[in-house]
Design a protein around this ligand. Sequence first.
Ligand code: NAD
Length: 425
Amino acid sequence: MTLHERLKSVDVPVSTFENVMKQFDQAASKLNIARELLEFIKYPRRSTIVKLPVQMDDGSFRMFTGYRVQHSIVRGPAKGGIRFHPDVTLDEVQALASWMTWKCAVVNIPFGGGKGGVACDPSKMSRGELERLTRRYTADLIDLFGPERDIPAPDVNTNEQTMAWIMDTFSMHERTTVTSVVTGKPLVLGGSAGRREATGVGVVITVREALKHLGLEASRCTAAVQGFGNVGSVAALYLHRLGVKVTHISDVYGGLYNPGGIDVEELVKYAAKHKNIVGFAGANAFDGDQILFADVDILVPAALENQITVENASRVKAKIVAEGANGPVTPDADPILVEKGVFVIPDILCNAGGVTVSYFEWVQDRMGYFWSEEDVLVRLEKIMTYAFQDVLKVALENKVHLRLAAFMVAIQRVVDVVMLRGIYA
Ligand code: NAD
C-alpha cells in the first residue's frame, strides 16, 4: 500500500496541494517539457511561516500562526489573497498560491502566484484585534511584500479594510504612501472601479463564449447559481442580463426556485436589505443542497470548494459547469463529468476576472491615473475572451477537456519565460 492509500484508508483528508499537483502532472504529461524544468516550476519557490503575538482587548496576548507562500515569481511579482480562517494550513496556502500562478498565466497578466493566511477565527475577534493581527502579520513579512515583489489582496474573511491596514503598515515602514502594494483596496485609497463585479462578470463572459462554442442560445438556456455572495450574485445578475433564465439560486441559508426565471435585479436589492435570499417573494423555497443537481443548462458553483465530488458528480444534469468558486469540482469527479459530456469551464479560467482587475488596479496605482468603470469592463472583456479562445484552441487541437487545456496553456507560458530567462545557477 502506498503512503497515499494508507492516508486515505485512515480517513485523513487528501492534501489540497496534492490535488493541484495532480492537475499539474496530468497537463504536464501532454507537453514536451524536461522533467527538471517541470520540477522547478511545480513547487512553491518560498514558503514562510511566522508566529505572531497579538495583544487582545482584555490585555492578554495570544499567539497566531501566519503563512505567506510565493509559488512563482517567474512571470512577475507574486500575486494572491490573504485568508483569515481557523482551518488555514500551509498545505492549503501552497495549493492556493499554486492556482494563482496558473490563473495569472492563463489570462496572461504579468504576475506570478502567491497566497497568505492566518489561522484565526475572525468571528470571535474585535475590529481592534483584527487590525493588530493584520499589522503584525504585515510587519513580520514586510521584506517579502512590495509592488515589485509580492502583492496581497482580500480572500476569505479579509476585505477592503484589511487591505487598507496592510497598505498603511507597509507605507509607514517605507516612509511614503505605497498604494500598489495591495489590491482590493477601497476606491478612495487607490482601488479600481469595477473590482467588486470583476469575478462575476468574468464568469459570465466565459459562459457566453462557451454557449457560442456549443451552439446554444442564451435566451433558450436556464441556469442555477450556488452562492449569492460577491461572485454568485454578480454572475447571476449578468446571466439574467444576458437573457439566460436563472431558475435556481442558493446561499448558505436556503434555496430559491422559479421555473419562469428569478428576477435577479430584484433579488440583489432584497439580499442587500435582508443579508440573505430566504423569504424573497418572487420565487419558491427549495432545499439549497440540491442545487448542484438542478435540471438546468448552466450550473455556476460560486460558494465553496469540493462541492461536486466522486459521490455526486453523476447526478449533475447541467450541460455547462462554470467554476465561479475555486476548486468546486474535485479531481476525482472531473472524469465523471467529462464522461457525461459536461463542458466544465475551469476555475483558473472562469473566475480569473478578479485577479485581472486586480492587475488593472496595480497598473492604475503605479500610473496614478484612474479609469472609469466602463474602461475597466471593456479591458476585462478583452482579456477574458482572449483567454477563453486560447484555452479552447489548445483543447480542440489536443482533444482534451478545458481544465487540462487551461493548465497546458499556463504551464507552457511559465516555461517559455523560464527558457528565455535561464536558470541562474
Ligand atoms: P462570499 O463570501 O461573498 O460569498 C459566498 C456565498 O456562498 C454566500 O452567499 C454564502 O451564503 C454562500 N454559501 C456558503 N456556503 C454555502 C452552501 N453550503 N450552499 C450554498 N451557498 C453557500 O464569497 P465570494 O467572494 O463570492 O467567493 C465565492 C468563491 O469564489 C470562493 O471559492 C472564492 O475563493 C472564489 N473566488 C472569489 C473571487 C472574488 O473576487 N471574490 C475571485 C476568485 C475566486
